[in-house]
Ligand binder design. Structure first.
Ligand code: C2E
Ligand code: MG
Ligand code: MG
Length: 487
């Protein structure tokens, strides 16, 4: 200690400084080694190294390449010696050596690296080429980090020619794309957990539905003839103002003996028997009629959008767009006031027809909403390839967002993802004031849930639409017995 304090003796002071520097260097090296060991352990446990390129990420590399007018965009995860390319856009790039790569610099800097003109960086000129076949002039790379901050990989863009450096906004955009990769990884992990849970739940439901083969086709036809189906509506609100901006139409069956039935009790049977087609047609026509009724009641209601759920079977009909167009014309409804919700899984059995149908619907000016986002397959990929306007974040994410930092980060990234893709986000299933507050803070614009309003009859909704400015009162905490996911 005396050594360090002895400011009078310059020789001793010099030795002390040298000693401190050596010690610091030693500590940094040990720390770096430990970080690298943790990083590799994290990568190995994620199972991303022993798999090939993943089309899920093509949406991101494509977005990066297009946004930055880059010649190549690359996403890679990096182990001790190699960069495993998970997705490339612009040029075929497979594995790359880690040594002297941009990744090394990113790891050293512990952050983004942008090099506008490579000619000025001897470090790269004198070593191996950055890409095997591309003569690189400009590059920018940002780290892809795990939930605990370890750098798992890099998202990079390259140009043949040099170009001006990235502006802070541009750099932020590249970082957002990298955090989407991270959240997609996390989504995949969660999805695996959900799938197990779902499989368990479905097998219980299947067992129940196999023993009860009700309703049969004849029951559903009879219900249609006797006008026993009814549309309930759940308001969708702008979170900052609590203004009702739209409604989701949710079908119910008012059965003379069994009472009010939920769609989960009869939509699967309707899909199996094919009766979902006439039931779905009825629902669309009824929603258009109701829109007109609300518009008549108050012209200000013309800014409302009513969203109807569609089943997979409805997409296998090529004429769906024509059918919807004629319904709009007949009822005099503007396409701006209609939205159609569909899940990712409903589009997959018939990808080609679905793309055609969606393009047709979109060109009519109807909004397309991806329902239950995050529970499907490779969500990002489909989000990118189908023309959706709105992403509805599945309520399981909302339910878990108050459980800790990681679930919260996922919600944050879904919101961010939608923003980058130019889509609106609706959070589903908001049940608590805390979820409501957090979603607002995260910049999620819209939401629906029991906290604001349950699905209700058209008449009841009409009452809410009469509120000044269509603004719902400040919500109060629901009693625990009404929560689907009690804390
Ligand atoms: P969905 O489209 O995801 O609809 C949202 C479901 O979440 C609705 O269930 C709604 O009542 C429920 N919900 C809303 N807010 C909350 C909340 O705060 N907490 C909880 N726990 N749940 C909330 P619902 O009405 O039972 O509908 C279930 C599903 O049935 C719908 O899921 C949709 O996929 C399907 N469905 C409903 N109507 C139709 C229809 O007309 N046609 C077709 N094909 N499917 C429909
Ligand atoms: Mg829906
Ligand atoms: Mg939903």
């Amino acid at each position: 200690m005396g050594l360090f304090r002895d400011k009078q003796n310059p020789r001793l002071q010099g030795e002390a400084n040298a000693f401190v520097m050596v010690q610091m260097e030693f500590e940094t090296v040990t720390e770096k080694r430990q970080q690298e060991a943790e990083r590799l352990a994290m990568l190995n446990s994620s199972g991303i190294l022993d798999t090939g390129p993943d089309p899920t990420y093509d949406a991101i590399t494509r977005l990066a390449a297009e946004y930055f007018h880059a010649d190549v965009a690359l996403l890679g995860f990096v182990d001790a010696t190699r960069i495993w390319i998970k997705s490339y856009w612009g040029e075929v790039v497979r594995e790359l050596p880690r040594a002297h790569s941009i990744f090394e610099t990113i790891l050293e800097e512990d952050g983004a690296v942008v090099i506008p003109d490579l000619a000025h960086y001897a470090r790269y000129r004198s070593r191996r080429p950055l890409l095997r076949h591309l003569d690189v002039g400009f590059f920018a790379g940002v780290p892809v980090r795990s939930g605990n901050g370890s750098i798992l990989g890099v998202l990079t863009i390259f140009n043949r020619r040099s170009r001006p450096s990235l502006s802070p906004d541009e750099l932020q955009m590249l970082q957002n794309l990298a955090s989407m990769v991270a959240s997609q990884l996390e989504l995949q992990r969660l999805r695996k957990a959900f799938t197990r849970e779902d499989a368990r739940r479905t097998s219980t439901t299947r067992r129940t539905s196999a023993t009860h083969s009700w309703p049969r086709s004849a029951d559903l036809s009879r219900a249609l003839d006797h006008r026993e189906f009814e549309l309930f509506y759940q308001p969708e609100v702008e979170l900052a103002t609590r203004r009702i901006v739209g409604m989701e139409a949710l079908i119910r069956w008012r059965h003379p003996e069994r009472g009010l039935l939920s769609p989960v009790d009869f939509i699967p049977a309707a899909e199996e028997t094919g009766l979902i087609l006439p039931i779905g047609d009825w629902g669309l026509a009824e929603a258009c009629r109701q829109i007109q009724e609300w518009n008549l009641e108050d012209p200000a209601n013309q800014s409302l959008r009513v969203c109807v759920n569609l089943s997979a079977r409805q997409f296998s009909r090529e004429g769906l767009a024509d059918h919807v167009e004629s319904l709009l014309l007949q009822s005099g409804t503007s396409s701006r006031q209609l939205g159609l919700e569909m899940t990712e899984s409903s589009l997959i059995p018939n990808m080609n027809t679905a793309t055609q149908v969606l393009d047709g619907l979109r060109s009519l000016g109807i909004s397309l909403l991806m329902d239950d986002f995050g529970t499907g397959y490779s969500s990002l990929n489909h989000l990118h390839s189908f023309p959706f306007d709105v992403l509805k974040m599945d309520r399981s994410f909302v339910a878990r967002m108050t459980d800790g930092d990681q679930p919260l980060q996922i919600v944050r990234t879904i919101v961010e993802l939608a923003r980058v893709l130019g889509m609106d986000v609706v959070a589903e299933g908001i049940e608590t004031v805390r979820q409501y507050r957090m979603l607002r803070q995260l910049g999620c614009r819209y939401g629906q849930g029991y906290l604001f309003a349950r699905p209700m009859t058209a008449e009841e909704v009409t009452g809410l639409l009469r509120l000044p400015g269509r603004i719902l009162p400040e919500p109060r905490e629901l009693p625990p017995e009404l929560l689907a996911y009690p804390a």
